[in-house]
Design a protein around this ligand. Structure first.
Ligand code: CP
Ligand code: NVA
Length: 308
């Protein structure tokens, strides 16, 4: 029977905090949890959740994952805890890590997440920052693997804003050697530092393409992926972005240029008729709700490896 193996890195702050082997191991464990082939017990283990931004999937899937592992969660509301009154991260982290066994944090700046990790004696998990969403990417690649069985020859095209989700897809693509194409309007490319990092990791540099043309990026692609045009914290850019992102909607025209068996992914929440049409969102090609379900299995697997 497959058993969760402890990860070399204490924290999971970035998609690059696992090796390729560890990433694939987490996906295998996740599949075992999904198939109910694995039983582990983390009784009395406590996951602390700190969410500075809204969440449905990440929060609930962490809570259910921890419950299925036999442990519990404590959800700290920043507005009713001292966090919202400005208690320094270094103090909060030192206190919480004396109560909890692991922390999952959703916040704005990656540097704040790193500050938590620096002062916490317990592992810290990135539950989304402005820079990365590595837990989402675990579920995304789990969903892709379920569909195509392995990653060989899979082409993943992300159309939209070069945001946290796109950044994590690029890093995972580099780790796994999967072809990733990002199509975004000029000026909305993914983080340049992470793009450079990904190119350093890719053995075949041709497997990462950043373009401003969605029509060429989708040609023959196996996976079409999109996310909101304005992420949390960018609400004031909404009107401007809706103009600039004209032509970047995943619609039947774009889908017809992809591989005939292509699947559609979206991390959710979705804005129909903005980044994706309702027709495509609800089509038989959509794996969006399998992807959302896989958040639970992937995070259960991640926690079981981290808590070893
Ligand atoms: N995809 C995702 O992270 O969803 P939530 O914002 O609802 O957690
Ligand atoms: N890019 C989105 C992802 C939401 C899960 C955001 O940061 O709001």
């Amino acid at each position: 029977m497959l058993n969760p193996i402890k990860l070399a890195s204490k924290n999971f702050l970035s998609s690059l905090d696992t090796s390729c082997e560890e990433f694939l191991h987490i996906l295998d464990i996740a599949k075992n949890f999904k198939n109910k082939d694995l039983n582990v017990n983390f009784k009395e283990k406590v996951l602390g959740l700190i969410f500075d931004k809204s969440s449905t999937r990440t929060r609930v899937s962490f809570q259910v994952a921890m419950s299925r592992l036999g442990g519990t969660t404590v959800d700290l509301n920043p507005t009713t805890s001292q966090i919202g009154r400005g208690e320094p991260i270094r103090d909060t982290a030192r206190v919480l890590s004396r109560y909890c066994d692991v922390l999952a944090i959703r916040t704005f700046k990656q540097s704040d997440l790193e500050e938590y990790a620096k002062w916490s004696s317990k592992p810290v998990i990135n539950a989304l920052t402005d820079l990365e969403h590595p837990c989402q990417a675990l579920a995304d690649f789990m969903t892709i693997k379920e569909e195509f069985l392995d990653f060989k020859d899979v082409v993943l095209t992300f159309i939209g804003d070069g945001n946290n989700v796109a950044n994590s897809l690029i890093l995972c693509g580099a780790l796994l050697g999967v072809e990733v194409r990002i199509a975004c309007p000029k000026g909305y490319e993914p983080n340049s530092f992470l793009i450079d990092k990904a190119y350093e990791i890719y053995e075949n540099k041709n497997l990462l393409k950043i373009t401003n043309d969605p029509n060429t990026a989708v040609l023959g692609a196996n996976v079409l992926y999109t996310d909101v045009w304005s992420s949390m914290g960018e609400e004031n850019q909404k009107d401007e972005k809706e103009k600039v992102f004209n032509g970047f909607t995943i619609d039947s025209d774009l889908v017809s240029k992809a591989d005939k068996d292509a699947i559609i992914l979206h991390c959710l929440p979705a804005y129909r008729s903005k980044e994706i049409t309702d027709e495509i969102f609800e089509s038989r090609k959509s794996r969006i709700f399998d992807q959302a379900e896989n958040r639970l299995h992937a995070q259960q697997a991640l926690l079981s490896c981290i808590l070893q």
